[in-house]
Design a protein around this ligand. Structure first.
Ligand code: MG
Length: 340
């Protein structure tokens, strides 16, 4: 088993701003896992919020030696070895996990959704994300997002109310709101959410910093719409402590180390009657297509990372009128545009 990898710079169609950062390009690292004449693709989309950069991903991947394993079907042993190499490095680990799953699907000539017994018609709608911007640009972006029935709006700044009013002037669509830990005082978060409820907001994602769990539990008793954890939930072991503070979790392959862990998280959250959302970073069609394979199992999807970029090196799952559309290709269902 050979692991090759390469950094790829994803160009954003628009500058993307959230409550803590702003960017025009986003690096990812594409992994090719080769064995028995088959290439499985994987991707790491590192986030500085979780201590990763393209450099840390490549350093981690350089230290992986899969020669000791006979074949990718030893997924559990391989991923246990990879997980134990170093703490953190979750997107680098996800890249290996995704490439192994792609390889296995290709070897068996079966799409992952079919391997898992899922119904590909049951994929959810994905929201389309509107980042923080000037009110003029936000209005323009909302008009451009016409094909998407659900919008996810980034807030957590001083003029949140203006942003929402601007959007409501243009559309009555379902909106979901993500504060990205932007509200630091619980009474402020409460007032913001009670106001958002009047604007027809479906749920609020990560209103307060991940470290403010008690404040979020207090907030849970003060507001009515679901509160979804994102920065507060990295992997499986974070789920039990969220109970009573959050109504659901946003699973991202790049936070949780990949498809194997994401599957465990989905089952664990459901056992606790929590809603499940699948989210993403800015990613190419490799990592997005991987997440979409799991999407028939979840309540909400925010898998638009590949739609926000202009130079996707791969093609894979599609979005048609907001609905995620899986194909019948094996593994992740992705094609490398450079090898067509
Ligand atoms: Mg979020």
């Amino acid at each position: 088993m050979k692991v090759n990898f390469q950094e790829s710079i994803l160009n954003l169609l628009h500058t993307f701003t959230i409550s803590r950062s702003s960017k025009d390009v986003e690096p990812c690292v594409i992994v090719e896992l080769e064995h028995d004449g088959i290439i499985g693709y994987g991707e790491a989309a590192p986030s500085e919020r979780y201590g990763e950069t393209a450099e840390t991903v490549m350093n981690f991947l350089r230290n992986i030696n899969l020669q000791q394993f006979d074949e990718p079907f030893q997924l559990d042993a391989i991923l246990t070895y990879v997980n134990n190499l170093a703490p953190g490095n979750t997107s680098a680990k996800a890249a290996i996990d995704i490439s192994l799953h792609d390889w296995i699907g290709k070897k068996l000539n079966i799409p992952l959704w079919k391997l898992w017994g899922l119904n590909k018609e049951k994929t959810p709608l994905t929201s389309f994300t509107i980042g923080i911007d000037s009110l003029d640009v936000i209005e323009k972006k909302v008009r451009e997002a016409e094909p998407y029935p659900i919008l996810k709006i980034k807030v957590g700044v001083a003029n949140d109310e203006e942003i929402i009013k601007t959007i409501r002037k243009v559309t009555n669509k379902v909106i979901r709101v993500d504060a990205n830990e932007g509200w630091k005082i619980k009474e402020l978060a409460r007032d913001k959410i009670l106001w958002l409820e009047e604007q027809g907001v479906e749920f609020i994602e990560q209103p307060m910093p991940a470290s403010h769990l008690d404040d979020t539990a207090w907030l849970r008793g003060q507001v009515h719409i679901p509160i979804i954890a994102d920065e507060s939930v990295v992997s499986l072991h974070d789920i039990p402590k969220l109970y009573g503070a959050f109504d659901g979790i946003n699973i991202k392959l790049m936070k949780c180390t990949g498809l194997r862990e994401a599957m465990r998280m989905i089952h664990t959250a459901k056992a606790a009657n929590m809603k499940v959302m699948l989210g993403c970073m800015i990613e190419s069609s490799v990592a997005i297509s991987a997440a979409v394979q799991l999407s028939p199992m979840v309540d909400y999807a925010d898998l638009d990372g590949n739609i926000l970029i202009s130079n996707d090196p791969f093609s894979g799952v599609k979005v048609v009128n907001g609905k995620l559309v899986l194909n019948d290709l094996p593994g992740l269902g992705v094609l490398n545009k450079m090898k067509q």
